[in-house]
Ligand binder design. Structure first.
Ligand SMILES: [Zn+2]
Length: 187
């Protein structure tokens, strides 16, 4: 599985990005003079990694909460990376809930709520493609898959037993329903 290089996560990532950008420009000029190709590649790689981390920080700051897997795409140490972004002050004022969600400190959230909220975004095939297996899968993802399966079952049962609303297509949840829960059409 892919791993985030935790050494790249330092305080003030935005400041580091600016410095690396300056260095990158210097090396680009030097590389034109065919001098240090390998140092130039190292600087470019560091710049790329730093930019990705800055983008992750910005993505979290634009929202008040975000699933960790949306930032680090199921890297094997994504929770560690998220915690280090918080500890280094890049995401000051945030915390991790249920091992899965980065949440701003002023927002209350239980572990169960975090799994419920992350479930619609969790794609099990994407996780498998990134090297996740039933054996190495973190507990929080197992909880999310349970939630997804429960919701699929509820939907399937609703649709199979009582049909769908003729107006909006929403599943009818009870045989006694007089009106559609979603649009209010009489059934
Ligand atoms: Zn309806």
């Amino acid at each position: 599985m892919r791993r985030i290089n935790l050494k790249d996560i330092v305080p003030d990532l935005e400041g580091r990005l600016k410095k690396l950008n300056t260095l990158r420009k210097v090396f680009m000029v030097l590389a034109l003079l065919i001098i240090p190709a390998i140092p130039a590649m190292i600087v470019l790689a560091k710049y790329g990694a730093c930019m990705q981390l800055c983008h992750a920080v910005q993505a979290v700051k634009l929202k008040d909460k975000m699933p960790i897997f949306m930032l680090f795409a199921f890297a094997s140490n994504e929770r560690e990376a998220a915690q280090k972004l918080i500890d280094t002050g890049n995401l000051a004022g945030y915390r991790i809930v249920g091992d899965v969600m980065i949440v701003r400190d002023d927002i209350a959230m239980t572990d169960e709520e975090a799994w419920e909220e992350a479930a619609p975004f969790f794609n099990v095939n994407a996780a498998i493609n990134m090297g996740m297996t039933a054996d190495n899968m973190p507990e929080c993802y197992k909880k999310i898959i349970e939630i997804q399966q429960r919701k699929e079952k509820e939907l399937a049962e609703g649709a199979a037993e009582y049909g769908q609303c003729p107006s909006c297509g929403a599943p009818v949840k009870s045989v006694d329903s007089e009106f559609c829960d979603k649009c209010g059409t009489r059934l």
